[in-house]
Design a binder for this molecule. Structure first.
Ligand code: ZN
Length: 143
């Protein structure tokens, strides 16, 4: 089944970002794109580093770009990899910070096969801001 038309802009942003992936160590290029509550799209690619723990996942790059442009709510995340890999645990927590249990996570492989999840399926019982004494909704930034 092809991707639905409402995901085509998100897919194209992730595809272009994946072409810019810096993955000389793993060879595992990842492109990601987030759609904010306002409908803006921000993309990211993985950026590896010779000091391996300093490497950045594509998903976190995309979320950080959205937040740095004043957006605080993520509606959807699309991730494009060779084999349709799902976001790592750390990225799931980062998406949880700016999304909701209903945030859509779409994983796509290079052949166009895709699966869609809700964040709560990939990260049940997320660690969230209420555990550290903060209200459950992040402030909105620009809106
Ligand atoms: Zn990750």
């Amino acid at each position: 089944m092809p991707l639905p038309p409402e995901l085509s802009a998100l897919f194209e942003a992730a595809r272009l970002a994946r072409e810019r992936a810096y993955a000389p160590y793993s060879g595992y290029a990842v492109g990601a794109a987030v759609e904010t509550e306002e409908g803006r799209i921000y993309s990211g690619c993985n950026v590896e580093n010779a000091a391996f723990p300093q490497s950045l996942c594509a998903e976190r790059v995309a979320v950080a770009k959205a937040v740095s442009e004043g957006h605080r709510r993520v509606r959807r995340l699309l991730v494009l990899t060779e084999d349709g890999g799902t976001p790592c645990g750390g990225c799931r927590s980062v998406v949880a910070e700016f999304g909701s249990p209903e945030t859509e996570i779409i994983v796509v492989n290079v052949e166009g096969h895709w699966r869609q999840y809700r964040l709560e399926e990939l990260l049940p019982v997320a660690f969230e801001m209420s555990f550290v004494g903060r209200p459950s909704e992040p402030s909105r930034g620009r809106s």
